[in-house]
Design a protein. Structure first.
Length: 250
């Protein structure tokens, strides 16, 4: 899959200033990933795709030396302002700017879905991990955001969400490495359609792997979206399918 990395960096850069107020999904995902790691206390962690550094700070508070990496300079600036890490790296998970065996744990929470090839990202994360260390990552799976797709089908014929890998494809991308896998669904609820749409824009997730014409949402489109959008107990929902993987690197 071809991915426009500068466009992704720009989308997340635009979101950096208000990212944390919309990042409920990221925090829920990261907390689940922490639970799967149990009481692991690595000496050095690479937070690959750190965003504003929320989980960099979690690891640092545990006494861990943290290297925070992101493709967006603006995200790194936000992380640095909050003293999230010990070192900051502007770079790509598929081409990590580190020598082999530099960290005890690579932590990547909801970032690798933006990679061109997950297998390459996994290889890179394992490369920079010391023997006996771990790579812990979460990513979105196929079947995420069905409500978004259903609603937009009533408005136009364009695709308004990315295609994500299946569970089987994610496991295959791990290349037969020692993998503990877990998947779950997280459903977020919103009072109206506009708030639901803003939640996607607020976390920078509006860049599509496959382009579409740039348009401004009209009042008529918003009304049609609201009518077509699935609701639960009167609230507008967005459902995400998540995969969690913990790889032991030999």
């Amino acid at each position: 899959m071809s991915v426009n990395k500068p466009a992704i960096a720009a989308a997340f850069g635009r979101a950096a200033g208000h990212y944390d107020q919309f990042a409920g999904l990221q925090r829920q995902s990261g907390e689940q990933l922490l639970t799967l790691l149990g009481g692991t206390r690595p000496a050095t962690v690479l937070d690959a795709g750190c965003g504003t550094g929320w989980f960099s700070r979690v690891w640092r508070q545990r006494g861990t030396r943290v290297l925070a990496l992101d493709i967006s300079p603006q995200m790194l600036e936000s992380a640095a302002r909050q003293h999230s890490a010990d070192q900051y790296l502007n770079g790509d998970i598929e081409q990590l700017p580190l020598d082999d065996g530099q960290v005890d744990l690579v932590w990547s929470n909801l970032a690798v879905q933006w990679c061109s090839a997950l297998s390459g990202a996994v290889s890179e994360m394992c490369r920079v991990t010391r023997p006996g260390g771990q790579v812990a990552f979460s990513t979105l799976l196929s079947g995420s955001l069905p409500e978004l797709h259903q609603a937009w089908r009533e408005v136009d014929s364009y695709r308004h969400g990315n295609r994500f890998l299946t569970r089987e494809q994610v496991i295959a991308a791990c290349g037969g490495r020692s993998l503990a896998a877990h998947d779950t669904q997280i459903t977020l609820r919103f009072p109206d359609v506009l708030t639901a749409m803003r939640s996607l824009k607020g976390i920078g997730a509006t860049h599509l792997h496959e382009g579409r014409p740039a348009t401004t949402l009209t009042r008529g489109q918003l009304t049609r979206l609201a009518l077509a959008w699935p609701r639960q107990q009167g609230e507008y929902v967005l459902s995400y399918q998540l995969f969690y993987g913990v790889i032991r690197c030999d």
